[in-house]
Ligand binder design. Structure first.
Ligand SMILES: Cc1cc(-c2ccco2)c2oc(N)nc2c1
Length: 157
């Protein structure tokens, strides 16, 4: 039975005041810089899905994964709510490689290319970069306009 909800993962990898983002080369969010992630399969936990997508899209193997937020996205005219579980990776193995999906690049935390990212990012990255856990809801019209949103700091996810 498919409800109107879809669980997705989003993984940011960080090192010494830099954040690894990928330029999405095709599909959903094409042309935007974003963390790594995607669908969660039926036979895996959300965290397992996050680790899998990070390796598939960047070649990196996460050694520790921290839940940092949950973002819900809705689009005008589309009943499906995306529930995106956001993770921070501070320990990993490997070097980022370009894949079919993503072209990876390190950005200094104070030079995140917000104008080439999903418009919600500029709203919650400041919390994320300060280590503040968050929950957010965003109503999108198309892929570039946020009609309304809520964003709150939380103590536990
Ligand atoms: C609508 C939407 C979706 C995603 C997404 C898809 C897969 C993982 O995340 C986003 O990611 C960000 N940063 N904003 C986003 C908006």
């Amino acid at each position: 039975m498919s409800t109107n909800q879809k669980i997705l993962t989003l993984v940011m990898v960080r090192k010494a005041n830099a954040i690894l983002l990928g330029l999405k080369k095709r599909g959903f969010g094409e042309g935007k810089w974003n963390g790594f992630g995607g669908k969660v399969e039926n036979d895996e936990t959300v965290a397992e899905g996050a680790i899998r997508e990070l390796e598939e899209e960047s070649g990196l193997v996460a050694k520790c994964l921290k839940k940092v937020g949950i973002l819900e996205f809705e689009f005008v005219g589309n009943p499906i709510v995306l529930e995106v579980h956001v993770f921070d990776v501070l320990q990993y193995e490997g070097e980022p490689v370009e894949t079919e999906e993503m072209q990876p690049q390190w950005f200094p935390e104070d030079s995140v290319p917000y104008e080439k990212m999903w418009p919600d990012d500029i709203l919650w990255y400041p919390l994320y970069l300060k280590g503040i856990k968050f929950k957010g809801y965003f109503l999108y019209q198309g892929h570039d306009t946020i009609l309304k949103y809520t964003l709150t700091q939380v103590d536990h996810l």
